[in-house]
Design a protein around this ligand. Structure first.
Ligand code: AHM
Ligand code: MG
Length: 334
């Protein structure tokens, strides 16, 4: 079959619907897609290219970095930094913001990314991925500032993720629905496979790391116990699924419905996942797909980050499950 609906064509068709568009966002998205193709090859060949294992360094999050984390970070830094359209970049792997090599003053956008999400699964055949968020600079006449990243998720211009799994996929939204593409390895192009992904209002799956059960707070325990209880009217018990790669657990959730939780616990009061480049982009996608994402008290997109590496509890899924979760939170907290 001839791949007529490629990602590049789709992005340009969407751009044409915005009369004042300059094409910069389209260029950015195609640069990210190119980065994703390069990272996909790195992931697939890491085992025999000496790219499996640790670097011996620790990142700003205090986590041991894998060789692949650093390679993926390098690919995106190079490709985006030289695109001329990004003012500043933030990566999970870098302590502070990084200025783009080219076009810093005129660049309209800033971008934050997690170059290789799910790194604890590297070395196994479990999918890992890349997550990105794009914001417009707050003041178009000034050079990009650190504070351009401290905008609420409601201001996101585009966000998305890729998954390096049995297939390589690219899912993104510019605020007009969520669209899914699959890499056709024969031609090296992403091809549209799912236009307008919509999360089912009610699902049958819950997804959480139950190893943290003893350190969860009371509302989380109460919610998980109720979702596992037999109740015909509510359709419980739900089935449990947990990959441990956010991109995979999230992707399954928006396609099949249900709920994914990486909640706060007694050891991590603000959870584990990073607000700017993990929670906010996926919350944007969840809402664009008709679902919801919350931190237990409010919608993720209404939180204003205080710093670029801030963490946040993340609970995403269909409206039915998230409303239910929020009701349990409110009732239990009183
Ligand atoms: P990473 O970005 O360093 O890979 O960490 C984030 C990952 C997510 O992909 C995943 O949802 C989570 O950590 C799993 O955490 P845990 O092993 O605590 O359940
Ligand atoms: Mg991550």
């Amino acid at each position: 079959m001839i791949p007529t609906q490629t990602l590049a064509r789709f992005i340009h068709a969407q751009e044409k619907q915005v009369p004042q568009s300059t094409g910069e966002l389209s260029d950015l998205l195609t640069s990210i897609a190119l980065g994703v193709k390069i990272i996909a090859r790195l992931v697939q060949t890491a085992g025999f290219k000496g790219l499996q294992g640790y670097t011996g360094r620790v990142n700003v999050q205090g986590e041991k970095t894998h060789l692949l984390d650093e390679e993926a970070d390098q690919v995106l830094m190079e490709l985006l930094g030289s695109s001329g359209h990004f003012g500043l970049l933030v990566s999970e792997e870098r302590d502070s913001v990084v200025a783009a090599k080219e076009g810093r003053r005129d660049a309209k956008y800033v971008v934050a990314f997690d170059p290789l999400d799910g790194s604890s699964n590297i070395g196994t055949n479990i999918p890992v991925g890349t997550i990105f968020t794009i914001f417009r600079k707050v003041d178009p006449d000034k050079e990009a500032q650190h504070d351009d990243f401290l905008q609420k998720g409601r201001s996101i211009v585009a966000a998305g993720y890729s998954i390096y799994g049995a297939k390589v996929s690219f899912v993104y939204s510019c605020g007009a629905g969520v669209h899914g593409f699959t890499l056709d390895p024969d031609v090296g192009e992403f091809v549209l496979t799912e236009e307008k992904i919509v999360i089912p209002d009610k699902g049958k799956i819950y997804s959480v790391n139950e190893g943290y059960y003893p350190i969860w707070d009371e509302p989380t325990i109460k919610f998980i116990e109720s979702i596992k209880k037999e109740d015909e009217e509510r359709g419980t018990p739900y089935s449990g699924r947990y990959v441990g790669s956010l991109v995979s657990d999230f992707d399954r959730t928006i396609r099949k419905g249900g709920i994914f939780l990486h909640p706060a616990n007694k050891k991590r009061e603000r959870g584990k996942l990073r607000l700017l480049y993990e929670c906010m982009p996926l919350a944007f996608i969840a809402e664009q797909a008709g679902g919801r994402a919350v931190d237990g008290t409010c919608d993720i997109l209404d939180i204003k980050p205080q710093n670029i590496h801030e963490r946040c509890p993340f609970i995403a899924g269909g409206k039915y499950e998230i409303d239910w979760f929020m009701r349990v939170m409110a009732e239990t907290r009183g």
